[in-house]
Design a protein around this ligand. Structure first.
Ligand SMILES: [Zn+2]
Length: 340
């Protein structure tokens, strides 16, 4: 039987030198283990001792046990303290600290304006129609009364994959496709989407942009119906004080055809630098659908008539937000994009 005080000092020395919790667990088991621990072993022969010796040994064993337990607790605290100090040095970044909130972003200004236009016209009963951006020559030109060799084709020149296949120059092909699909008027649709033109990238035009066109086919429609619809749309988007006007123009797919203007929002129509002292800003073209275009869409022009209009979404966004360079809409410059 070993001497209790000598055993205790051995245990305390071992604990003091331990470098990990695993080591401490091993030492705890060695000395304090319920069955084979050294403190238990010390008491294994206690039954054979005289009462006075029994009491002395019991007391010594208890003291040894308490001393070892206390040393274990203290050493564990020391090791934990050292681990945290170590971590503070190697981990300059506190990975448990909550990070800054992420910016959520928002839809692009062109998408905002397109959705506003859709919302206004849907409230009038129009439906959104979409179509392919790669179109056939027939849908892009022929069906819209731009027959082969027609000089006006120049204005809608696009990019060709083959003589018959091209990037659409306007969303008008969707009007033809919609008439063919829906067959029976009344038809009230709008056709938003990307279009392509063989134009250089400048402050006022790009080789690609977004359009929204409208088509109404019904019985006895008039220029007044068209103008009223567009006035409602413009005032919904830009404010009740805006006025609209139409000027005679020419498009192969409408007869009569008009340019469509909105009164300048900055000077109210008096004339200023922004509207080049005209008081009016050009938005797009419109007119009564040419009978041949209705025929190409499978609609009988002796029974039905219609009006159509086509605006550039970038142009509408420029007028709404006083943007003077169309290229800004397609540049990844957050200083611009985050303003809307
Ligand atoms: Zn003005």
């Amino acid at each position: 039987m070993s001497d209790p005080s000598e055993m205790t000092s051995q245990a305390l020395a071992a604990i003091g030198q331990a470098q990990s919790n695993t080591e401490l667990e091993r030492i705890e088991l060695e000395y304090l283990g319920r069955k084979s621990g050294k403190v238990s072993a010390m008491l294994s022969n206690i039954g054979r001792l005289a009462p006075a010796e029994k009491a002395a040994l019991g007391k010594a064993a208890n003291e040894a046990k308490r001393a070892i337990e206390g040393a274990l607790v203290a050493r564990r605290a020391e090791l934990e303290q050292a681990r945290l100090a170590d971590l503070a040095e190697t981990e300059a970044v506190d990975i448990t600290f909550p990070g800054p909130p992420l910016d959520r972003g928002h839809v692009h200004v062109l998408t905002q304006v397109r959705r506003q236009i859709e919302t206004v016209l849907e409230s009038l009963g129009y439906q959104v129609e979409l179509g392919p951006e790669v179109e056939t020559e027939w849908y892009n030109f022929e069906a819209l009364n731009l027959t082969a060799g027609h000089p006006a084709r120049e204005s809608w020149d696009s990019f060709y994959f083959s003589p018959e296949l091209l990037l659409r120059a306007h969303t008008s092909p969707v009007q033809i496709r919609a008439m063919q699909r829906l067959k029976e008027p009344p038809i009230y649709i709008i056709t938003p989407g990307r279009v392509y033109r063989r134009d250089p990238a400048e402050a006022t035009r790009l080789p690609y942009f977004s359009q929204v066109e409208g088509l109404a086919v019904d019985k006895g429609l008039t220029v007044g119906d068209m103008k009223g619809t567009l006035l409602y749309m413009i005032q919904s988007l830009y404010g009740r004080e805006r006025k609209v006007r139409v000027r005679p123009s020419y498009f192969p797919f409408t007869e009569p055809s008009f340019e469509f203007d909105v009164s300048c929002g900055i000077c109210g129509g008096i004339g200023c630098k922004s509207c080049r002292h005209k008081g009016w800003l050009e938005v797009g073209g419109c007119g009564m659908v040419h009978p041949q275009v209705l025929r190409n869409g499978g609609i009988d022009p002796t029974r039905w008539n219609g009006y159509a209009w086509g605006f550039g979404i970038e142009r509408m966004a420029m007028l709404k937000h006083d943007v003077d360079d169309i290229r800004l809409f397609y540049e990844p410059d957050l200083r611009f994009i985050e303003q809307f």
